[in-house]
Design a protein around this ligand. Structure first.
Ligand SMILES: [Zn+2]
Length: 158
């Protein structure tokens, strides 16, 4: 199989972790979206003040769903606009995902092990993708293994 353009590239491992998108709102009522691994990851980062509003930098953010008292018409208009932005982002992600699926070998939960083997020359160099835990990703990073983390959408084959 010939993957033109990819053949000459240095090793690039693709790491994907399942991520969730949250609608968030800051104390100044700005709404925005952010990606987190799960609710727990969001809560942990928020407690450390690491989740900040992109508009004003405020770190007192809440999940937007927990603030049902915002006037509905204004919220709906804003939600409509944001869903367009989200759709564009999802489209871009879908393209990236398709590229990865077509050009890389899926190794599932063996990603960390395979990436390490490739890095240390124990197996043939190739592009792979799969899952890894945060701890595994950190270890790989510390060892100098080159990979990219991308949000991944679950697809149903129907
Ligand atoms: Zn704000």
């Amino acid at each position: 199989m010939l993957h033109s353009g990819l053949a000459q590239r240095a090793l690039r491992c693709h790491l994907w972790v399942t991520m969730m998108v949250f609608d968030l709102i800051c104390a100044n009522k700005h709404t925005f979206e952010a990606w987190f691994k799960d609710s727990k990851a969001f809560d942990g980062l928020r407690r450390k003040g690491q989740v900040q509003c992109p508009a004003c930098g405020d770190d007192k953010v809440e999940k937007a769903l927990m603030a049902p008292n915002i006037s509905t018409s204004k919220k709906q208009a804003k939600a409509a606009k944001e869903s367009v932005v989200a759709a564009e982002a999802m489209q871009m992600l879908a393209k990236m995902q398709q590229h990865v699926e077509e050009n890389c070998d899926y190794v599932g939960k063996e990603f960390a092990e395979e990436a390490r083997k490739i890095h240390y020359g124990e197996t043939d160099k190739r592009d792979i993708y799969g899952e890894a835990t945060n701890a595994e990703a950190k270890e790989l990073h510390d060892e100098g293994v080159d990979f990219t983390a991308i949000p991944w959408t679950q697809q149903n084959d129907s």
